[in-house]
Design a binder for this molecule. Structure first.
Ligand SMILES: [Cu+2]
Length: 499
C-alpha cells in the first residue's frame, strides 16, 4: 500500500461557499520518493554561524504590544466591506504584513542556496533551527506549551504500542495529543520544545504565514524551541469568505508519514466569536459564528485510528537518508475509534482517549442537538454509518461543515449565504445516514435522533486502492432526552419510544 500522506479531501456533497487550499502537505510530502540510491549518512543542514546572524539584527522594539503601532495590527483583513456590498474583494490573509523596520526573514535564514538532486534529497535536507525567533510577536489570548514524549501506550483492546505524543505539563501523556481550542480572533501561541530530535507542528487546515505553518519545506524544523503564532480569522454573518471556526488537527511535519502514525497529532478546534444577532443559550455553543447551536455537554470528537506495528519500531529519521524502510507500505492490524466527549476529557492520564459509548440528545426535546466532530486520523479511508435501534439505516446526521468550512446555501450569487443547517427550507438541510472520508478529512455533524434508544455508529476502514473493507468497529450512541416531571423535576428518559 502506498501512502498518500495527509491527502486533501475530494469534492463533497455540495459546493461550499469557500474552498481554501487546505493542504500544503499534498503538494509537498505526498510523493516523497525513497528511490534515491545516494549513499551516506543523513546530513542535516545545521545552522551555520554566519555574519548575518552574529550579531543578530536587533528588532527596534520589544515584543510588548504596547510598543506596537496599533494601526498595523494585521491579521484581521481590512478594509471590511459591509455584508452584502460589492466592494473590492478583500484580500484574505492571516499573514502579518511585513514592516520595513523589522528584520527581514532572510536575516534568520541560515540555509544556503542548495540544489537538490531529487525529491528524496530535498525531503531529507530540511532546514533545522535550534530556537528560531517568532517574528511580530504579539500578546496571545491563548498560549500553550507542548512537549513531546515517547511512551508505551495501552490501547482499548489491551495491545501496547510505542507512541510518540504531544503533551502539556497539565495534560497526561496520552493519545491523541491535548485538545487545543483557540477562539476566533484571538492570537494563539504554541511553544514547542522537542526533547527527542527535530520536530515541528503543522496546523492542518489553518493558514498561518510560512514560518508558523510548521512545514519544514517552507520554514524550519525545530531542534530546541519555537513559539508558533497565528490568529484564527473571525466569522461574519452569512459571509462564506470569512471565519475559521470548526474542526482541525495539528501534527508533526517532520518525516511526516512516520511521525503522524507514531502519534504526533491532536485535535484542534476553533471556537467562534459571538456575533450580534446570534446569541447563545446557556449550555450551548455555535458550530461557527452564524451557525447552529449545539449542546456542549454532548459534543464529541471521533477519530478513527489504525496501527501498523512494524512502523512503531522505527527510528525518528527512518527513511530520510534515501534507504527504503518500507514507509510506502501501511498495513495496519489494529483499528480503533479514539476520542469521546470533549467536555469530559480528562487530560491527566497516560492512556488512549477512547469512548465505549456516547450520549446524544433526542431531537426536539428541549436540548440543542449533539455535535459530532469527525477526524480521519489514519492513512485509510473511513466509511461511517449510523444505524437505528432496529438495525435499519438511521438518517439522523446533518452535515454542518467540512474541513472547517461551513456548508452554506450559495445558490443565489450575492444573496446572504445562510448556513444550510439554518435554512428555512428543510430541503436545504444535508441529512445522511452514511459518509465516506479520506485521510485527514474532517466533518462536523449535528445528530437528530427522533426517539430515545440505542443507535449505533459503525466505522469501517477501507483499503484506499481496492475499497475493500479491512475492519469495522461499532460505538453505541445512547439517545436520551430530559423531561420535566411534577414540580419541575427533571429526569432523563432512555427508552425505545417517546410519546
Ligand atoms: Cu516529529
Amino acid at each position: 500500500m502506498r501512502l498518500r500522506g495527509w491527502a486533501a479531501p475530494s469534492a463533497t456533497v455540495v459546493s461550499e461557499g469557500k474552498r481554501r487550499s487546505d493542504d500544503d502537505d499534498k503538494k509537498k510530502s505526498s510523493t516523497k520518493r525513497r528511490d534515491d540510491k545516494s549513499p551516506g549518512p543523513r546530513e542535516r543542514q545545521k545552522p551555520k554561524p554566519s555574519p548575518s546572524k552574529s550579531p543578530r539584527p536587533q528588532p527596534s522594539r520589544s515584543a510588548t504590544p504596547s510598543s506596537q503601532p496599533s494601526a498595523t495590527r494585521s491579521a484581521t483583513p481590512s478594509p471590511t466591506p459591509a455584508p452584502g456590498t460589492t466592494g473590492p474583494t478583500p484580500t484574505r490573509s492571516s499573514t502579518p504584513t511585513p514592516r520595513p523596520t523589522r528584520p527581514s526573514p532572510s536575516s534568520d535564514d541560515d540555509g544556503e542556496e542548495r540544489e537538490y538532486d531529487s525529491q528524496a534529497d530535498f525531503a531529507s535536507h530540511q532546514m533545522q533551527q535550534d530556537a528560531p525567533e517568532t517574528h511580530f510577536l504579539e500578546t496571545p489570548q491563548l498560549s500553550v506549551d507542548l512537549d513531546l514524549s515517547s511512551r508505551d501506550l495501552r490501547f482499548p483492546d489491551g495491545a501496547k504500542f510505542k507512541m510518540w505524543v504531544f503533551h502539556q505539563d497539565s495534560s497526561g501523556r496520552g493519545f491523541p495529543g491535548p485538545t487545543l481550542r483557540p477562539t476566533e480572533k484571538g492570537i494563539f501561541h504554541a511553544r514547542v520544545e522537542p526533547s527527542m530530535g527535530p520536530h515541528s507542528i503543522h496546523w492542518h487546515g489553518m493558514e498561518p504565514d510560512p514560518r508558523n505553518d510548521g512545514v519544514g519545506h517552507t520554514s524550519f524544523e525545530i531542534d530546541d524551541h519555537y513559539t508558533y503564532q497565528w490568529q484564527p480569522e473571525p466569522g461574519r454573518t452569512h459571509d462564506p469568505n470569512y471565519g475559521a471556526a470548526g474542526t482541525y488537527f495539528y501534527h508533526c511535519h517532520v518525516n511526516t508519514p512516520l511521525h503522524a502514525q507514531m502519534g504526533l497529532l491532536g485535535p484542534l478546534i476553533i471556537d467562534p466569536i459571538e456575533l450580534p444577532g446570534f446569541p447563545v443559550a446557556p449550555g450551548n455553543r455555535r458550530a461557527f459564528a452564524d451557525g447552529p447551536e449545539y449542546d456542549i455537554a454532548t459534543e464529541s470528537l471521533i477519530m478513527p485510528f489504525s496501527i501498523d506495528p512494524r512502523w512503531h519500531k522505527m527510528g525518528h529519521a527512518a527513511g530520510l537518508s534515501g534507504e527504503d524502510v518500507g514507509l510506502n507500505r501501511f498495513e495496519p492490524t489494529h483499528f480503533y475509534i479514539t476520542g469521546g466527549l470533549l467536555a469530559q476529557r480528562r487530560e491527566t492520564g497516560e492512556e488512549v482517549w477512547a469512548p465505549t459509548q456516547l450520549p446524544i440528545n433526542v431531537s426536539g426535546h428541549g436540548k440543542a442537538p449533539s455535535l459530532m466532530r469527525f477526524l480521519d486520523g489514519n492513512y485509510l479511508p473511513n466509511k461511517i454509518t449510523f444505524v437505528n435501534p432496529d438495525g435499519t439505516p438511521a438518517r439522523i446526521a446533518e452535515l454542518v461543515s467540512h474541513d472547517g468550512r461551513p456548508y452554506r446555501h450559495t445558490a443565489t450569487p450575492g444573496a446572504p449565504a445562510i448556513p444550510t443547517s439554518m435554512h428555512p427550507d428543510p430541503s436545504a438541510h444535508l441529512f445522511t445516514h452514511t459518509l465516506s472520508m479520506g485521510s485527514a478529512e474532517r466533518y462536523d455533524l449535528l445528530l437528530h435522533p427522533p426517539t430515545a434508544g440505542t443507535y449505533t455508529l459503525r466505522i469501517e476502514w477501507r483499503d484506499w486502492i481496492t475499497g475493500h473493507k479491512l475492519a469495522h468497529r461499532e460505538l453505541p450512541l445512547l439517545a436520551s432526552c430530559v423531561l420535566k416531571g411534577p414540580g419541575n423535576q427533571t429526569y432523563t428518559r432512555l427508552g425505545p419510544q417517546l410519546g
